[in-house]
Design a binder for this molecule. Structure first.
Ligand code: SAM
Length: 254
């Protein structure tokens, strides 16, 4: 079965200007009151959730395991006139791939659960070593505690369009006996009321319990550890963390 990130062209079909602006509002909320002028995203992908930072005046660097995703990111950055530094590498070795330190090191888009919990803890250490004192560690992930409780299987998205082609995206999640979860991601294309084509991808995740990274961040001496609704521009005021579908975590290094 194909890997979604080899098909950045399909991954990016969901993008539009309103989505872009939504993420921009999210970053405005995150930047407010924090001294963040340089940021490295270690899972920048095609940049859909991160490029907005360059527009907000942040000096942006990014890395990712997928050349195809980075190629799309580079194209989009050029089209918007952003000057960003990109590198292809595994976030488990991020510290070997960048010199100097950043005001913030981030992992966007539920990317950390691609590695085992043990490797996740190592990745947090790698990210930490690239953060300057007083800087921030930030990541976005799905609420895996909730996923493991609810064990929902079907996730239809609202249809979106590529010109006159309508795209119906559905995810079907398989709960594996070893504790991992496989996302079967199906794109069904149709035009003029007729079926055109289907593309199916399979992604494999290691659920991350909130307690695991909260304990790690505390043990590393991080302060002001905040778990916030993601994306923050969608009004979820009053929703307890346990009930959020996604959240982001931001914590300040000593
Ligand atoms: C869901 S996408 C998110 C991309 C982007 N941040 C966004 O929000 O659109 C997950 C990304 O994580 C990257 N990834 C997965 N494992 C990785 C690893 N070990 N090191 C670096 N990147 C990785 C994939 O290549 C992919 O681009």
């Amino acid at each position: 079965m194909g890997k979604l990130y080899d098909r950045a062209d399909i991954y990016d079909l969901i993008e539009n200007e309103s989505r872009y602006n939504g993420f921009k509002s999210h970053w405005e909320n995150i930047l407010r009151g924090r001294d963040i002028h340089t940021l490295l995203d270690v899972s920048i992908g095609s940049g859909s959730a991160t490029l907005q930072l360059a527009e907000l005046g942040v000096h942006l660097s990014g890395s990712d395991l997928s050349e195809a995703m980075l190629a799309n990111c580079r194209k989009k950055a050029e089209a918007r006139g952003f000057d960003i530094k990109l590198k292809c590498c595994d976030f488990r070795n991020a510290a070997d791939n960048f010199d100097g330190v950043f005001d913030c090191v981030a992992s966007t888009g539920n990317s950390l659960p691609y590695v085992s919990n043990e490797d996740l803890l190592k990745t947090i250490e790698q990210m930490d070593s690239l953060i300057k004192p007083g800087g921030y560690l930030y990541f976005e992930i799905r609420n895996w505690d909730k996923i493991l409780t609810d064990r929902k299987r079907f996730f239809p998205y609202a249809p979106f369009f590529d010109g006159e082609t309508r795209i119906n995206l559905t995810q079907i999640w398989d709960y594996n006996s070893d504790g991992t979860i496989t996302f079967n991601i199906m794109y069904l294309f149709e035009k003029d009321q007729r079926y055109l084509q289907m593309e199916v991808f399979e992604e494999h995740y290691f659920p991350i319990k909130r307690e695991l990274f909260l304990e790690k961040l505390k043990a590393m001496g991080y302060r002001d550890i905040q778990v916030l609704p993601y994306p923050s521009h969608v009004d979820r005021k009053g929703t307890p963390v346990e009930d959020l579908p996604w959240y982001c975590v931001i914590a300040q290094k000593q």
